[in-house]
Design a protein. Sequence first.
Length: 102
Amino acid sequence: MSAAEHVYRFRVGNSVQVLHANPAGNPRTPAYIRGKRGIVTTLHGSISNPLDHRGVYPPLYSVLFLVGEVFGSGSHDTLSVDLHEDWLAPARPDALGPQASV
């Protein structure tokens, strides 16, 4: 399926949670962001990378996180991380807490 044909699982404004592990393989998601909740801010599409990946990568999203939630500080600054769709799950509404206002 080409990037133009892909149906995105998430939309801008959706609350998502980063998985703790991705058994499908892609290890490029930083450990500090795994398990954290954020808000989708940008849809980047899918790319083909024949050098180290067969086929097309899952869609890439920019997700906004509160720095205080990620690193345990009291900061209200934000951090944007680009993540592939296979690392994301819908965030449970009861688990959002302060993240809902990112």
